[in-house]
Write a protein that binds this ligand. Sequence first.
Ligand SMILES: Nc1nc2c(ncn2[C@@H]2O[C@H](COP(=O)(O)OP(=O)(O)OP(=O)(O)O)[C@@H](O)[C@H]2O)c(=O)[nH]1
Ligand SMILES: [Mg+2]
Length: 195
Amino acid sequence: MLTVKTAELYKVTGDGNALKQHDRPEIVFAGKSNVGKSSLINSLLNRKSLARTSQTPGKTRTVNYYLVNGSFFFVDLPGYGYASVGRKDKSLLGKIADEYLKTTDRICLILLLMDSRHTPGKNDIQMYEWVCSNGYEPCVIATKSDKLNRSEFERSKKEFIKTMGMKPENLIMYSSLTGDGRDETLGLIDRSLKG
Ligand SMILES: Nc1nc2c(ncn2[C@@H]2O[C@H](COP(=O)(O)OP(=O)(O)OP(=O)(O)O)[C@@H](O)[C@H]2O)c(=O)[nH]1
Ligand SMILES: [Mg+2]
């Protein structure tokens, strides 16, 4: 099991250009604005507010690299589908995240975050397909699971697996509030770092 010993904000880049010339693996957090990417990072790192979170969508507008245990990065991407970005920026992921994904060559895992309360939207499905077509194993983190009751929880799981046509083991129900799904996610990250 992966133990988080140290975590620090290592670099912030506003143009999306990926960090160059390093050989540390990158674990990427992607998903719609406000889905809970920064909260998930804080929860995994056991840090209350290392990554800035907000109730206003579009909080993260830069690519933020967190160095974990001095050996690998968590990469917090700006959310896609944020309505107030200019029309020019309305590519699949938004310009910055797009640019990052085009210029990095150190990704070892992409975690796609989707709100467990909603049916995956067009952007989510496109992102999922993008991950597959680039040769990565897609892993979906269904966030805010604490907001579901037991039957909604089960329904949500089934719906994700069906809509994405995904392997059940690649779906993790997560709550940054309660830490539910944390061990499972750390296990997944650990395996991908060793793989
Ligand atoms: N109940 C509950 N609320 C959550 C959870 N995760 C995130 N939130 C709330 O959702 C809101 C958005 O969370 P963020 O972590 O800032 O989302 P983000 O994906 O980083 O958003 P952007 O940076 O705007 O793309 C905040 O108000 C969080 O407190 C969760 O697991 N449970
Ligand atoms: Mg954020």
